[in-house]
Design a protein around this ligand. Structure first.
Ligand code: NAD
Length: 489
């Protein structure tokens, strides 16, 4: 822990001195709107100043991305692959630095962020290995034509990312875009700008030509909005709240922007009485209390069968009360502080909402101290699916437990939500698992497992949780255009 703190202090010196500038066409650039400050959620101290980008900076970055596009698109695939592999190696070499900055900037715990940094490298390595086949087409001959298809990159794209696991999520979008042959303008979340800066440094050191990846910091309503409206930007990959997704769809309409939206969730974990309850308990705890519960795929609604409810909840309460809340750089910490004052106010407001709804606060339900944005891991019981604590995305270490009697009732409750990102089903009855997952409205479902990502599989949600998929070839479908060419025979 002390070692981590000392290392962080050294790392922050450079940010304190220079602040975080925009990066356009391989050059640092101040924000045309001045600067703002990024605050650590651990102790509310100022970390450094950050360029406040506006429409003018987005315009410069989009022009740089447009200019760099033809050469990047036409670079031999093997060369592009080599650069992306070097980016992965650069991330691995600086993984500790990335994780330290991420913890301090976001409040997410070291034990998870050290893995998230390496997952960023994995994202680059995986998509680098797909570069050589990304443009492969099909041969679809007809009686009079030799029909072939090919895939070409769509052009410069915008990537807009949120503040939760910002480094990992940025690489998850930027790596496939670059592998496809697109150039990128990245607008990181205003609340967590540190590691986006590290990523662009690593990419340039790896040999990424100037203008292929550009970064403009700033707020959603000016820099973000300008990116979604820019004529030279052909597509927007967005990760964030559902209502922002709706807003940017409108903003992108005039330029007919292609959109990929990864949005919010209120994901159910359904525990039947025939499940392996020990393993289910571990997974329930992990999927809501890891990463501070600030995780789109978190299982924030527990649907537990009436016959096991009392015992399962009693064991849950004991475990929740033992979760270690603390400094995110302490390797022992399981839950760190929430990202910002605004988000802390939102999460803590649900403690009163739960009381008003007449649910029971079975664990937590209180802030911790006033030095940072810490809250106790919380469990609400005696809830039903009509309560706000069961319907709204709280996005913190807060779980709402709802009982059910039958499989039909569980399905009805699970699907009675605007969201549809993930679902988790615990049962040892295979036929029931097949029946249930077939009817469960979610883009991704795990049976007898927590969320374990395998990069070739599709990632995305249904209903208000998003539009589109990435992962594997689905990412290339988004960043590329299919082209048909018919040769008369
Ligand atoms: P947010 O929607 O407030 O912000 C996300 C990004 O959008 C930020 O960079 C912000 O500056 C930008 N933005 C805001 N308004 C904009 C506008 N009008 N035009 C363009 N850009 C704009 O989300 P957040 O609070 O940063 O992140 C938390 C949310 O993200 C949660 O709802 C969570 O579920 C969701 N999320 C989803 C996934 C997924 O894969 N489905 C993954 C992570 C997070």
């Amino acid at each position: 822990f002390d070692e981590n703190l000392a290392k962080l202090d050294t790392l922050l010196t450079r940010f304190r001195q220079s602040g975080i500038l925009n990066r356009i066409a391989g050059e640092d650039a101040a924000g045309s709107g001045g600067s703002f400050q990024t605050i650590s959620p651990v102790d509310k101290s100022v970390i450094c100043s950050v360029a406040h980008g506006t429409a003018a900076d987005i315009d410069a970055a989009a022009k740089a991305a447009k200019q760099a596009f033809p050469a990047w698109r036409d670079m031999p695939a093997t060369e592009r692959r080599k650069i992306l592999i070097r980016v992965a190696e650069g991330i691995e070499a600086r993984a500790e630095e990335i994780a330290l900055c991420e913890c301090w900037d976001t409040g997410q715990a070291w034990r998870f962020m050290s893995k998230a940094a390496l997952r960023g490298a994995e994202n680059f390595r995986y998509f680098a290995d797909q570069v050589t086949s990304a443009r492969d087409g099909k041969n679809l001959p007809s009686p009079t034509l030799m029909n072939v298809t090919t895939r070409v990159p769509i052009g410069p794209v915008g990537v807009i990312t949120p503040w939760n696991t910002p480094f990992m999520l940025s690489t998850w979008k930027i790596a496939p875009a670059l592998a496809a042959g697109c150039t990128v303008v990245h607008k990181p979340a205003e609340a967590s700008p540190l590691t986006a800066r590290l990523l662009i440094e690593i990419a340039e050191e790896a040999g990424l030509p100037p203008g292929v990846l550009n970064m403009v910091n700033g707020y959603g309503e000016d820099a973000g909005k300008a990116l979604t409206e820019h004529r030279d930007i052909k597509a927007i990959a967005f990760v964030g709240e559902s209502r922002t997704g709706s807003l940017i769809t409108k903003q992108g309409a005039d330029t007919l922007k292609r959109m990929h939206l990864e949005l919010g969730g209120k994901n159910p974990v359904i525990v039947f009485d025939d499940a392996d309850l020990e393993r289910a308990l571990d997974a329930v705890i992990f999927m809501i209390y890891s990463i501070n519960g600030e995780r789109c795929t978190s299982s924030s609604r527990l649907l537990v069968q009436e016959s096991i409810k009392e015992d399962f909840e009693a064991r849950l309460i004991e475990r929740v009360n033992n979760i270690r809340v603390g400094h995110p750089l302490d390797p022992e910490t399981e839950v760190g502080p929430l990202i910002s004052e605004e988000h802390y106010a939102k999460v803590t407001s649900y403690f009163d909402i739960a009381k008003d709804d007449k649910a029971t606060i079975a664990a937590g339900g209180e802030p911790i101290g006033s030095e940072g944005y810490f809250v106790k891991p919380t469990l609400f019981t005696d809830a039903n699916n009509h309560m706000r604590i069961a319907r709204e995305e709280i996005f913190g270490p807060v779980l709402t437990s709802i009982p059910f009697r039958t499989e039909e009732e569980a399905l009805q409750i699970a699907n009675d939500t605007d969201y549809g990102l993930t679902g988790y089903v615990w049962t040892n009855d295979l036929t029931r698992a097949l029946r249930f997952t077939d009817k469960l409205e979610a883009g991704m479902i795990w049976v007898n497992s927590e969320n374990v990502r395998h990069l070739p599989t599709p990632f995305g949600g249904v209903k208000s949780s998003g539009i589109g998929r990435d992962g594997g070839d689905w990412s290339f479908e988004f960043y590329m255009e299919q082209k048909h060419i018919g040769f008369a025979t």
